[in-house]
Design a protein around this ligand. Structure first.
Ligand SMILES: Nc1nc2c(ncn2[C@@H]2O[C@H](COP(=O)(O)OP(=O)(O)OP(=O)(O)O)[C@@H](O)[C@H]2O)c(=O)[nH]1
Ligand SMILES: [Mg+2]
Length: 230
C-alpha cells in the first residue's frame, strides 16, 4: 500500500443538520476506506441524535454557532489538522468507493470534484438535475473552467485554501471552485458511484429555487467584482 493511502494526511469534514439516521454509516464508510483519516463532524444545531451518533461513531464533533452549510465546512476545515480536506454530506447519498482516487488526485495538487453524472443520479430529481446542469454551464462559461457536476457535495481541497472561503450558505460548493480558479489551482473531476436517494425519514436542507438563484447570483457577482486569478 502507498504510504498515504490510509488517509493519514486527510481530514474529512461532514456538515450535519438532523442526519441522525445516516451519520454513523457515513463515518463507518469513511473509516473503512481511509482508516487513518481525521473525521470531523460539524453540527448546526440538530434536534435529533446526530451529535451523539457522530460521537459514538468516533468522530470529532463540533457545534457550529451559526446555521449554514458553508459555515459548517469552513468551521471544520479551520479545525482540521491534516493537509487535505474532504467535504461530504452526512446524509449517506454519496458513494465513497472512489474516495481514494479523489484524494490521490488532490494530493497531487488539484481541487477535486466527485462527479455524480456517469449514470442517472437516483437521489436527484428533474429540477435538481436541470438546475445543476445550468449552474455548471454558466459557471464554466463565466469562470473559464470545465466542471460537469459543480454542485457536488463531495469535493477535496488543500486545507490552506480555507482562509479564502467566505460563503456561509449553499453557495459554498461553488466558492470552492471559484477560489481554486482564482488561486491557479487545477480543478479535476473523478467519477463517483451512485448518487443515492436519502433514506426514508431523512430530509434535504436544500431549498432548490432560492438556493439555486443565490448560487447564480454569487457566481456572476464574484466575476464582476473580482479578477479570475488572484
Ligand atoms: N452544520 C450544518 N450542516 C448543514 C446545514 N445545512 C445543511 N447541512 C448539512 O449539509 C449537508 C448538505 O445538505 P443537504 O440537505 O444534503 O443538501 P443537498 O445535498 O444539496 O440536498 P440533497 O441532494 O437533497 O441531499 C447535509 O449533511 C446537511 O445535513 C447547516 O445549516 N448547518
Ligand atoms: Mg445531501
Amino acid at each position: 500500500m502507498c504510504a498515504e493511502c490510509d488517509g493519514r494526511h486527510v481530514s474529512v469534514v461532514i456538515p450535519t443538520l438532523d442526519e441522525a439516521l445516516t451519520i454513523s454509516s457515513v463515518i463507518r464508510d469513511v473509516r473503512s476506506i481511509l482508516p487513518r483519516a481525521e473525521i470531523i463532524v460539524v453540527d448546526g444545531g440538530s434536534t435529533d441524535n446526530t451529535y451523539e451518533e457522530a460521537l459514538n461513531a468516533g468522530a470529532k464533533v463540533y457545534i457550529s454557532g451559526e446555521k449554514g452549510y458553508g459555515k459548517a465546512i469552513i468551521h471544520g476545515a479551520t479545525h482540521a489538522t491534516r493537509d487535505i480536506v474532504v467535504m461530504v454530506d452526512g446524509d449517506n447519498t454519496y458513494d465513497l468507493s472512489t474516495l481514494k482516487q479523489l484524494v490521490a488526485r488532490a494530493s497531487a495538487g488539484s481541487v477535486v470534484v466527485g462527479c455524480r453524472f456517469h449514470s442517472k443520479p437516483q437521489g436527484m430529481d428533474l429540477i435538481g438535475f436541470v438546475g445543476n446542469w445550468l449552474i455548471s454551464r454558466i459557471l464554466n462559461i463565466v469562470w473559464g473552467i470545465r466542471v460537469v457536476d459543480s454542485q457536488s457535495g463531495l469535493k477535496v481541497f488543500p486545507r490552506e485554501l480555507v482562509t479564502a472561503f467566505r460563503q456561509g450558505d449553499m453557495t459554498f460548493s461553488s466558492e470552492v471552485l471559484l477560489r481554486a480558479k482564482q488561486f491557479g489551482i487545477p480543478i479535476s473531476e473523478v467519477r463517483i458511484g451512485d448518487y443515492r436517494r436519502r433514506v426514508k425519514g431523512s430530509k434535504s436542507k436544500l431549498r432548490k429555487l432560492p438556493d439555486g438563484f443565490a448560487i447564480l447570483r454569487f457566481i456572476l457577482k464574484e466575476r464582476l467584482t473580482k479578477p479570475r486569478s488572484a
